[in-house]
Design a protein around this ligand. Sequence first.
Ligand SMILES: [Zn+2]
Length: 695
Amino acid sequence: MVHHAMTLTLNPEKSELQVTTRITLPERATAGGEIRFFLHSGLQVQSSQVKVQKISAADPAWQKVQATSAVPLSLYRVTLADKMTDLQLKYKGKIYHVLNDRNETPGVISADGVFLAHSTAWYPVFSEDELVSFELQVRLPKGWGAVSQGELRQDVSANQYRMLQWVEPQPQDDIYVVASRYHEYQQATGGITAMVMLRAKDDALAEKYLKATGQYIKLYNNLIGPYPYKKFALVENFWETGFGMPSFTLLGSRVIRLPFIIYSSYPHEILHNYWGNGVFVDYASGNWAEGLTAYLADHLLQEQRGQGAEYRRGVLQKYSDFVNESRDFPLTEFTSRHSSATEAVGYGKTLMLFHMLRLRMGDEKFKQALQALYQKRRFSVASFADVEREFSSIAGSNLKAFFRQWVQQAGAPYLTINGVSVEEKGKTYKINFLLQQRQPEAAYQLDVPIVVYLKDRQEPYQTTVAVNGKNQKVSITVDQKPIAMDVDPAFDVFRRLDSGEIPPAISQGFGDDKPLLVLPAGEDTQRLQAYRKLAEQWQKQHLPDLEIISDNQLTALPSDRSIWIVGWENRFRETVISSLENYEVVVADDDVIVSQQRYNKDQHALLFSARHPQNSHKTLFWLSCDNTTAIPGFARKLPHYAKYSYLVFTGDAPDNIVKGQWAVTDSPMRVILDKGIAQPVFSATPRTALAPMPE
Ligand SMILES: [Zn+2]
């Protein structure tokens, strides 16, 4: 580990920094001899206790570093005397990189704010994968604040400047400095300091975040172990971001004020201090931390509200709609998400792996294993194999086969039920059926929950069947006449869902291999132009294989693809309207009625989806937005509503006012055993959440 003791002076107006640093080198470097480091080439070394030489032609290893760097780098060489442990350096210069088209910068010092990180190469880096600890004094103009990892040890204001000292003794892979003019709030909570740094005064917002921080820290202190840092800070950034760093999160002004963030991304970012920034990820063998974080933040919060099964259905829906064979990959290859498909695998499949592990081990053992993993691996790198080892040790059984099938191979089981019969035997009933795994890959070993609803009995009979073959005969004996049977109704198994288990939803339109979009030739010219732009934007950003066509070039809708039908004046509008007859919506001449409310076509952007009448595996979408000004916003927003079947927006932005999923009524995982009796809804009591939300 390399330790930096540095003083950083920032001049935001001039985009300048100056650093005086004493670097303590790891033992291997102190045997004497040559060492090399790189720095941003906008920075000039001014002095050192040894001779610092700039290297002009770098060796191939350094050239690779230079080629992948987002900033220009200069390479240096120093020769250390035997037993020399410190390198002292003074350097200064300018750093200013504007945001790129993905809204990112490798580093910037400006009058608006400062962002410095490993990507900036603002401090000497000796090897690409080195870990660092630091004591950092930041000197800023008066009225400014700065945040880094770790603990705020000093905060001194003099006439013209402010000096803050941030200290992080634990190994880190980055040294961040984020600065701007802030209104600062803080509160002691759960043994740490909760901080909120806002660019404009907003006491109510700060209060909300401080309180939430306290609650989440308490939740995870109880569930996993003591939070690994001295503070957690919510920092408002000077451009729109949603970054999570060790011990702070950097969110844009708009994101911070979205009402759902405090219950979704915010706890997720806090939990990354345990998984990712507490226990580090061995990316070369697959990123397990995203899925575990999603499971213990996003999923847990839904589970606490009795929505766990719904949430998991959404996860499986994403996988089933977005990940076809060509887009699938094993978890060992996941590093970070860059599409809906990589998210569905990297987050979704991993999340389900931990869910299945929990059901297999029981809640208590599962929690013990989380605690052991955290305690033993904190501030060191862990691979999937290390995770497997910790869980196996607590489970008291070898989980190798379990991890192998979910981590090392791509794909998912696809279950079907066949040949169901009921035998009456005296006072008991025996249900026999064939549970088949129809995926192309080999059979999985699965624990499949089965729920049987009984005549005159409130509580259904529940059991779990261990499945390990492709064609498994299952027999279940119950002591009352069975009415219906559900296989995996709470979506506890990671599997590819049948289209009958999923409502028609936008995800099918964005996940289809070769979707079609039909423009209304007879539409008002300006509006048609805006619709065409919408289609081209989707083609560019989400759907490279989207085919765009006019309704007058088509005599009938093809049955082998999902189809976007655009505009109120579209020739194929009637086809969609008749497919919508199975759902709770009424389409009239100038408006629609959905959720008992009437929405006229002039002021509302609408989207409805329905099963393709000729192919239940494909989906039809009808979207219309008569307010031409709102079409670009509509185009941008729709992909974010992937799991929904219908949507209503209003205004020029436009803003969403109605969203929903159609009910699923024909799931092939439901078997009716007695047609004469009213069929039950899946109503088994939701599982108790893994951990409750503290007061
Ligand atoms: Zn994450």
